[in-house]
Design a protein around this ligand. Structure first.
Ligand code: PA5
Length: 427
């Protein structure tokens, strides 16, 4: 992994960086010693290095069984119980195993009735396994989706004996409605460690079971994450790139850059950016503070928000996500008439044109006073996905502590729920 910060040089001074490195050292110690706020939510910190082989094997065994018995696998969850696995699947299994034996769908990440009824229509004649993921076991979006799918599809198709194989819960052991339902219905469960918060849970069965069903090498994901965990032992900004990123974004914020756009020229990184957005927004937006995390896929969005980024209010910086290894390519042919005037790039591939679009963009935005940095992974692989996941988890923890907030709680999420429950007449 590489972090390229050359376009920040004119925006951040060495002395600012030296100063924040001291703050980072303290924050690092509070994470490692468990003296930071919500220290009982630090289970994710050493999760990659402590994940047991037996746990991964159980996930792989059940994933194999699901692929054998089901042509459809529905993952029901929202927020941290959803975005990580969707990000992984978009990135490494585009089409969600569409051509494979078991197609994967997501549900319970909204309350839109049209989405769910379309999904129900699509799957009604298929062999289905459902994985309901909810740490609390009480979140309304997945709970309603599950009840509807269970009553309208599963119970109509399968005996209660068969349902024991086709309903799998991922939740907190011994707590919440899912745990109670599992006991009563005899459903199988995967457990989310109590000390791992929702948005930090992608490297638990929350993310790993859907990934394994999609055929992603989950051992490699964990290995990639563990490699960044190992590099995170030191707070040195020279070697700890995730801390370096966290410090730089904090300095930019202190200098008035309140909005961070995480962007990429790779379209199937879209959900990884969405996962990043949730991780950072829910962790940092507290006590009247927090960088606003936005996402963009370029060059698509250069034709949407490109104008604003180039010339709008100068409160933005960008973090680009790049992949080093060349992937698919399509060459432009020569056309003797050249009516489209593209012969100047005939013989060149879209990969090169995309790279030039990236270079042109970072330069234009820097010149337009939008600082930017780039994170580059080697290739589209399970290992590199693991690297990215842990890189950002570690970064957001440090970044939140540098901001002076508690990165591990989310008290503000309750407000809309309270109103909705009152409006729905919950007693
Ligand atoms: O990060 C978080 O804690 C949240 O985004 C949760 O993951 C989300 O609200 C879903 O919660 P639960 O898993 O309890 O259904």
């Amino acid at each position: 992994m590489r972090l390229d910060t050359k376009y920040l040089d004119t925006f951040i001074s060495r002395s600012e960086l030296r100063m924040i490195e001291e703050e980072a050292k303290e924050a690092h110690l509070s994470l490692e010693n468990g003296t930071c706020p919500s220290a009982d939510f630090l289970g994710w910190l050493h999760l990659p290095s402590s994940t047991k082989d037996a746990e991964l094997k159980r996930i792989e065994r059940i994933a194999k069984e699901i692929r054998k018995t089901s042509s459809v696998f529905i993952v029901i969850g929202i927020g941290g119980s959803y975005l990580g696995s969707r990000a992984a699947l978009e990135f490494l299994s585009p089409g969600y195993a569409e051509d494979g034996p078991c197609k994967i769908y997501f549900a319970g990440n909204s309350i839109d009735p049209l989405y769910l009824s379309n999904l129900i229509n699509k799957i009604k004649d298929k062999d289905i396994t459902v994985n309901v993921i909810s740490k609390s076991g009480t979140t309304i979006e997945p709970a309603t989706a599950f009840r509807i799918i269970r009553d309208k599809v599963l119970k109509k198709r399968y005996s209660s004996q068969e349902l024991k194989k086709r309903i799998i819960f991922t939740t907190t052991k011994g707590k919440g409605a899912l745990s109670n339902m599992a006991k009563r219905g005899g459903y199988r469960c995967f457990y989310i460690p109590e000390d791992v918060g929702g948005r930090f849970s992608v490297l638990t069965p929350v993310g790993l079971l859907p990934m394994a069903v999609a055929g992603i090498d989950i051992k490699a994901v964990i290995k990639g994450a563990a490699s960044i965990e190992a590099k995170s032992k030191t707070p040195s900004l020279e070697t700890n790139l995730s801390y370096r990123y966290a410090c730089l974004r904090n300095l930019l914020y202190r200098n008035g850059k309140k909005i961070e756009i995480a962007c990429s020229f790779h379209t199937d990184l879209h959900y990884l950016l969405e996962w990043w957005k949730q991780l950072f927004a829910e962790s940092e937006g507290k006590d009247g503070k927090g960088l606003f995390p936005a996402t963009a896929i370029f060059s698509t969005d250069l034709h949407a928000n490109g104008q604003l980024i180039q010339q709008g209010e100068r409160n933005i910086f960008e973090t680009f996500l790049c992949i080093k290894k060349k992937e698919a390519d399509l060459k432009l042919g020569h056309d003797k008439d050249n009516i489209d005037k593209l012969n100047y790039i005939s013989g060149k591939g879209l990969d090169l044109i995309n790279k030039m679009a990236y270079k042109g963009t970072v330069l234009a935005h820097k010149d337009g006073n939008v600082p930017n940095m780039s994170i580059t992974i080697d290739e589209r692989s399970a290992f590199c996905l693991g690297e990215l996941i842990y890189f950002f988890q570690r970064a957001v923890a440090l970044s939140g502590l540098l901001l002076g907030i508690n990165p591990f709680d989310q008290p503000g999420v309750q407000a809309y729920k309270d109103n909705m429950f009152r409006l729905l007449g919950r007693k």
